[in-house]
Design a protein around this ligand. Sequence first.
Ligand code: NDP
Length: 313
Amino acid sequence: MSEQVKCLIIGSGPAGYTAAIYAARANMKPVLYQGSQPGGQLTTTNEVENFPGYPEGVTGPEMMIQLQDQAKRFDTDIRNGWVTKVDFSGPVHKVWIHDDTEIHCETVIISTGASAKYLGLESEQKYLQLGGGVSACAVCDGFFYRNQEVVIVGAGDSACEEAHYLSKLCTKVTMLVRRDEFRASKIMAARVAKTENIEILFNTETEEVLGDGQVVTGVRVRNNRTHTVHDIPATGFFVAIGHEPNTAIFKDFLNMDETGYIKNTPGTSKTNVAGVFVSGDAADHVYRQAITAAGTGCMAALDAERYLAAFEG
Ligand code: NDP
């Protein structure tokens, strides 16, 4: 016998927990599966200073525990485990946990988020884990590097946008572009090129993130044409080489863009499948903030509630 669930929430970032708080308070008895990274991307962030309601700031992991506690307070059934398969082809939405436990859902809220891509260098991962100066979000962490020198890697629209954002806070931004041209739109690339305190190094790749064992002190780079190597002093290393939405398990059923972001009906959280809703970064490659994810989590719960109410008359 498979379990019957009124509202299943997949994912435990700000979108998932906010959806849970709203769904639980609307008596939808939500069940939330936390996924492989309980708490989501914010658990890899140090300090969150831009989420309204925390005048002193809060650490990412602490904020996620508070959101979880708030969801629990209204009796959300929060479970460890992750969804490995779905079938949205019929009137009942089927979801499998670890390939074996089958759940039948009246509504599903997808809040599986996206993962920032990293270079994969050992030194990069070391300082990322230490919270010592490696970041994939300039809007989140740029403020900590004001009046300092930073390096950013990437050449797409995100990298250009983030480099420009950082240039307003930092004394110098060095941008590492691995080819001899940008991938970004002409207008974004031009804006970066004419910003005085941004230096662009083309044909340049990261060899190593340098540090003192605790924090980043510089970046060793190599020109891939001349093979010359040199060190750039920096206290922050920003990686802006793209994100990957965690949506692969839904691809046979939901409309997505070419990168895998789920398409929603504009102004709502509705997907192309009735009763399946999406919130947070799984559908958002533009804003990607905790507060916008929370906002769309709220929308998804309200949309799910209205969907159920239409059936119940
Ligand atoms: P993109 O995939 O567009 O760009 C990724 C960039 O990272 C590329 O320049 C790529 O280099 C570089 N890169 C990838 N791997 C490495 C590596 N190992 N070392 C060095 N560089 C690497 O991702 P974005 O996040 O920039 O953008 C995603 C989408 O979102 C795009 O469609 C973009 O247009 C859109 N967007 C729009 C914005 C806006 O309109 N305001 C703002 C932000 C994003 P290479 O070019 O050599 O492959």
